[in-house]
Design a protein around this ligand. Sequence first.
Ligand SMILES: Cc1ncc(COP(=O)(O)O)c(C=O)c1O
Length: 370
Amino acid sequence: MHPLSELETPVPVVDLDRLGRNLDRAAAYATQHSLALRPHIKTHKAPRIAREQLSRGAVGLTCATAFEAEVMSDVCRDLLVAFPPVGSARAGRIAALPDGVNVTVALDSIESVEMIAGAARKTDRRVGVYVELDLGMHRVGVPVVDDAIAIAREVRSRPPLEFTGIAFYPGHIREGVGSPQSAKLETLSKSVGEVVDAFDRAGLRPTVVSGGSTPTLWNTHEIRGVTEFRPGTYVYNDRTTAEIGACGWDDCAFTVLATVVSTAVPNQAVIDAGSKALGREPMRGTDASGGFGALLDRPEVVVASMSEEHGILDLSKTEWRPSVGERVRVVPNHVCVVVHLNDVVVGARGDVVETTWPVAARGRGYSIAV
Ligand SMILES: Cc1ncc(COP(=O)(O)O)c(C=O)c1O
């Protein structure tokens, strides 16, 4: 058993008690509201945590990349790839996932139906399809319900594809729980209800209505018709999630442990975590004071600027003056990107290192033939 103080820095550290609480709370919420929890694993990218989610009742997992699905197929028999299956390589890898894995894709075009249908025919495997709708985020998804219905009909005409549901991602709702979110949720709920009714009238009742995110996690049950939700960030949470009020500061389970390496310039301290350890993600959906992360024990101290290996702590809002060699824990703005910068994550209880695990689904997992 090693103390955290012996670790070389910068190093990503997960507080195992907080992680456990975050996992338990979401699982209990799903049970309470009879919702199927299909967590998005893009946040942790680790089979070890996926197992924890499944043992707490998750019905399956959501992935974004073919590599994530390949890695997770070792621990899970029911995978959703919530990303358009476009390109023969991507579609081919999805269709070649191990036999016995129930695979579903979310898509929003006739072209992607053709691509995944072609790949599925080659490997002779059933692939479930959710037709994705744009209900406000304006990223992917069909904006017009009749066009979504046309895509579902196309899916139906192309076995071994099977139309199994509809999907949307409420990424445009970044307000914390409370009145501004309630107004947007009401609009969303109305839209989802109308879409489900339209599919119903067209004789294409979706078995699954898949939505959900971390900011809307605790209000998913208020969205009419939703049967399945896909939060990802909730396992670790981050500064943005806390700032928008979707979690407490004490729910942030992931930090980057760093060392103060210089205090030579007045009113600032330099740590050994720069953009290659913290990412360069801005705060989104909040007026918070900017920067690229904040100290776990002193949230008023932010990483104001960075080079690749240097992070500059702004000390203008604190009396605290750290010494060279002192350790700090930084809560990143956007944890998913920071996890992806690391091969291995440390699990700690209190100040003691208990375990480590690989970020196994990090990267793309392809080889390039030359
Ligand atoms: C399609 C999809 N579903 C679910 C999620 C999880 O949302 P969150 O990061 O808010 O937990 C994401 C996040 O990017 C997503 O893109």
